[in-house]
Write a protein that binds this ligand. Structure first.
Ligand code: PMP
Length: 311
C-alpha cells in the first residue's frame, strides 16, 4: 500500500506482514501435500514481532490515561520489546527506559541507544526474570514518572495477536490453516494467535515450541518449567509441545538464509525446525504456519557468527 496521507506515521506500519510459503527446507513435504508457511514478523518497522504488542500496550496506556505527556515508558525486556517501545516512544514523543540483562548483545544496546532509549542493565544470571523484576520495582517507586506496561501480565499483549496476527494468517491461508507453531517469551504471540484461530476453526491444532533445556538459551524464548510463568500464559491453549536445541535452531537459521533468502534470528530458526518436525507426521492437505520473530541482523555478534570460519 502506498499511503500519501500526511499524518501517516511509522507506528501505523505495524502488522499486515507477508506470509511466505517455504519451498526448499521443506524437502519432500510439498510432494506429500503438506505446506509450511512463515509469517514474516521481522518485516515489522523495528524488525520484530514485538512491534504488535508494544503498539497495543502503549496505545492502551494512552487511551486509559495511564500514559500521559511527560511520563516515560519502562519495562523489562530481553531486547525486542524494548526496541519496539523505543521506536514507538520516539515516534509518539515519550521517553523510554528499559531494564535489560547485562549480557544482551551489542546490536540490541546500540539500536536502543539509536532510538534514544535509556538502558538499565540487570543481573545476567537472572536473565529476563531479573529485568522484569527491576522494571516493576522502579515503576512502583516512581509511579508519577513511569508508565509500566508490564508485558508479561498485560492482556493487550496477547490481544494484539488475537486481533491482528491470527486474522491475517486466517485470511492469508484462505482459511486453510490446520496447525500453528510458535515459541514463547511472554507467550503473547502463541496465546493470542492460538486463541483466535481455535475460535475461527476449532479443529486447528496449536503447538508450543520450547528450548530443549533451561541451559540452552534461545534468545527471547522461555523454558516455562524453570522461569517465572507469564501472567498471560494459559496452559490450556497448547495441544502439544516440541523442544528444539540451540544447535538445531542455528542450523535452521542458516538454512533459511541460504536456501530461502530469509535472514532471521535464532528463535525463527527454532520455530521453523519445530514446524517441519510437526509437518513430517501430518496427512496431505495440512497447512502449517509458524512465525519468523525477528531479523538476523540483530544477532551478528552472537554465537553462530563467533565460529564464522566454520560457516
Ligand atoms: N522471538 C524473540 C527473538 C523474542 O524476543 C520474543 C519475545 N521475547 C519472542 C520470539 C516471543 O514473543 P512473545 O513474547 O510474544 O512470546
Amino acid at each position: 500500500m502506498i499511503c500519501v496521507h500526511t499524518n501517516y506515521r511509522i507506528v501505523e506500519c505495524v502488522g499486515n506482514t507477508p506470509l511466505f510459503r517455504l519451498s526448499t527446507v521443506t524437502g519432500e513435504l510439498e510432494r506429500q501435500g503438506v505446506s509450511v508457511y512463515v509469517k514474516a514478523e521481522h518485516l515489522n518497522p523495528s524488525g520484530s514481532v514485538k512491534d504488535r504488542a508494544a503498539k497495543a500496550m502503549i496505545l492502551d496506556g494512552i487511551r486509559s490515561g495511564q500514559l500521559t505527556e511527560g511520563k516515560s515508558i519502562i519495562d523489562g525486556t530481553s531486547g525486542n520489546t524494548g526496541i519496539s517501545y523505543a521506536m514507538i516512544g520516539a515516534a509518539l514523543g515519550y521517553g523510554v527506559t528499559l531494564c535489560l540483562p547485562k549480557n544482551a548483545n551489542i546490536e540490541r544496546k546500540r539500536i536502543l541507544r539509536a532510538y534514544g532509549a535509556e538502558i538499565i542493565e540487570t543481573d545476567p544470571l537472572q536473565s529476563s526474570d531479573g529485568a522484569q523484576l527491576a522494571a516493576k520495582r522502579i515503576a512502583e517507586e516512581e509511579p508519577e514518572k513511569y508508565f509500566y506496561p508490564d508485558q508479561y501480565n498485560n492482556a493487550e499483549n496477547w490481544k494484539a495477536h488475537y486481533n491482528g496476527t491470527a486474522l491475517e494468517i486466517w485470511e492469508q491461508t484462505d482459511k486453510k490453516i490446520t496447525h500453528f507453531v510458535a515459541g514463547m517469551g511472554t507467550s503473547g504471540t502463541f496465546i493470542g494467535t492460538s486463541r483466535r484461530l481455535k475460535q475461527l476453526n476449532p479443529s486447528i491444532r496449536t503447538i508450543a515450541m520450547q528450548p530443549d533445556s533451561p541451559l540452552h538459551g534461545l534468545e527471547g524464548m522461555k523454558h516455562l518449567a524453570t522461569t517465572l510463568l507469564p501472567g498471560i500464559y494459559d496452559s490450556k491453549v497448547a495441544d502439544g509441545q516440541i523442544d528444539i536445541s540451540t544447535e538445531e535452531a542455528q542450523r535452521m537459521q542458516l538454512r533459511l538464509a541460504r536456501e530461502e533468502g530469509l535472514f532471521v534470528g535464532i528463535s525463527s530458526g527454532a520455530n521453523v525446525s519445530a514446524a517441519l518436525q510437526l509437518a513430517a507426521g501430518l496427512p496431505p492437505g495440512s497447512v502449517v504456519v509458524t512465525i519468523l520473530c525477528d531479523s538476523g541482523l540483530r544477532y551478528l555478534s552472537d554465537g553462530l557468527w563467533a565460529k564464522e570460519s566454520s560457516t
